[in-house]
Design a protein around this ligand. Structure first.
Ligand SMILES: Cc1cc2nc3c(=O)[nH]c(=O)nc-3n(C[C@H](O)[C@H](O)[C@H](O)COP(=O)(O)OP(=O)(O)OC[C@H]3O[C@@H](n4cnc5c(N)ncnc54)[C@H](O)[C@@H]3O)c2cc1C
Length: 451
């Protein structure tokens, strides 16, 4: 019987969420670090005959329920729920932030995600919360952890643009009775929902799923190259903060900081380099994802990338609530003075993620067409032949991503700290990408004038 290792990992479609390994009844799959990338399941040769559970919980395996199918079973019955193609089911949508200044400054964006998770615990909706936290270890900077106190949850904020996996935590959830909430990226939540569909016990324990909008998940190499760009050895860095908020600049102009074992802090402010590298550092599975707003999560948080909020350096959240329970908790937060929130129409929320919508819908259709011969994962989005310049741009993008990986491995092998040659290559690639965008931008401009 073939498993995820042959069908998903071998084709490089694995996101490394670890749900397959956590759900595996014979504990045959073990999540291992794939140097420079993320985690992948490793086959220990104890696969049970006639068991395909790992494939049935995999968010990138063909034949499983789509996000709409899963969501319709959970939210389709909510009175007053609406649905739209980009955001999936939704009951209400808001813009806001936490009123506690210190908490807001410490959070990745407006701080409502960690406030909400702590609120679930303090009001007894759940007994434990599964969050992502720093490890203090240079080989694996972040991990999923089960948290039992609000303090731990509030300390864990800030986004981790770094691979993490759920296998150990999932095994613990299945062993330890209780009510759990989990925060995760869209594909992680989808995998958990698929696992819950196959395991009624897990379904009973998984009380609330909290999603984060996701543009992409970066490989470990992304962080490693940024650290090396600062002339530092990635092996000596024990903490990374991807979002150091800076007073007086826009919410997008944050910096990155690293801490080493001696607690020395280094600041990285070459955000041009950060963003160029970001665009070519996605795990390959991300290039086959069509879930923008974590459609299978009860609530989803994101940044308010809209002109009227972007100038606020402390960060502002946009929120989509899919259940009445979530809606009531948010409104209670407003009444109690913990939150500042106001309704925002769903089309504005979708508009705030225009780049992600383009990448996960329009460009995904092109990518599926370009890779038809390798039988890519079957998605809700269907393959579409890309216009000539878009085709060139996407091919250049995947070439640059390959170069990125090779450069990283060469750098690791040489032990060098700086990455100057690599950064020159990236600058050329970036220029090429910008030139290839001109025909599309021109077309969009003409169409908007004609309209
Ligand atoms: C990889 C990644 C890509 C993202 N892409 C976008 C995007 O394109 N557009 C957008 O608007 N927003 C994106 N976000 C979400 C955004 O960065 C904020 O996390 C979100 O707005 C919540 O902000 P907050 O201040 O309310 O969160 P906080 O109050 O700081 O709480 C964040 C919570 O998320 C958890 N967490 C952190 N990293 C991860 C992770 N990798 N996986 C699971 N849980 C995690 C923390 O444990 C914490 O509980 C992304 C986040 C991540 C991790």
């Amino acid at each position: 019987m073939s498993n995820v290792c042959q069908k998903i990992v071998a084709k490089d479609y694995c996101i490394g969420c670890g749900v397959c390994a956590g759900a595996c009844p014979s504990e045959n799959l073990e999540m291992r670090d794939s140097v420079g990338f993320g985690y992948v399941p490793f086959d220990r040769g104890r696969c049970l005959d006639a068991c395909d559970l790992c494939l049935r919980v995999c968010p990138f395996a063909d034949g499983n329920e789509y996000e709409d199918d899963i969501a319709s079973g959970i939210y389709g019955v909510e009175p007053g729920v609406k649905q739209c193609p980009e955001a999936g089911f939704y009951l209400s949508s808001y813009v806001g932030y936490v009123e506690n200044e210190e908490h807001r400054q410490r959070a990745g964006s407006g701080g409502i995600a960690s406030w909400f998770l702590a609120e679930l615990l303090s009001t007894g909706v759940v007994d434990r919360v599964v969050c992502v936290a720093k490890t203090g270890r240079s080989d694996s900077l972040f991990e999923y952890r089960i948290m039992n106190t609000c303090e731990e949850i509030l300390q864990a904020g800030k986004p981790a643009y770094y691979p993490i996996e759920l296998s150990e935590v999932l095994r613990l959830i299945m062993k330890t009775p209780g009510k759990y909430a989990v925060v995760g990226l869209p594909c992680f939540i989808k995998a958990l929902r698929l696992a819950a569909l196959r395991n009624p016990g897990l379904k009973e324990r998984l009380k609330v799923c909290v999603g984060l909008v996701c543009g992409q998940l970066c490989s470990k190499g992304f962080t490693e190259l940024i650290i090396r760009r600062n002339g530092l050895d990635a092996g000596g860095i024990t903490e990374v903060c991807y979002r150091s908020k800076k007073d007086g600049v826009s919410a997008r102009s944050y910096g990155v900081s690293f801490t080493d074992a001696k607690e020395e802090v280094y600041n990285f402010s070459d955000m041009r380099f950060f963003w160029r590298l970001w665009h070519i550092s996605a795990l390959r599975a991300c290039t086959f994802c069509d879930d923008i707003f974590a459609e299978t999560a009860d609530v989803v948080f994101m940044d308010a990338w809209l002109p009227e909020y972007i100038s606020e350096f402390r960060g502002t959240n946009l929120i989509i609530a899919r259940t009445e329970q979530v809606n009531k908790m948010l409104l209670h937060g407003l009444e109690s003075g913990s939150l500042h929130i106001e309704p925002l129409p769903i089309d504005r929320v979708i508009g705030s993620q225009a780049g992600v919508v383009r990448k996960k819908r329009v460009e995904l259709a092109y990518r599926l067409w370009l890779r038809q011969r390798e039988s890519p994962p079957v998605k809700r989005v269907k393959p579409v032949r890309p216009p000539f310049f878009e085709r060139l741009r996407l091919l250049a993008g995947s070439y640059a991503a390959r170069q990125n990986i090779q450069a990283l491995h060469a750098q690791i092998a040489s032990g060098a700290k700086g990455i100057d040659i690599y950064s020159r290559m990236m600058a050329k690639h970036f220029l090429f990408q910008q030139v290839l965008k001109v025909p599309r931008k021109l077309k969009e401009c003409i169409l908007s004038v004609l309209r």
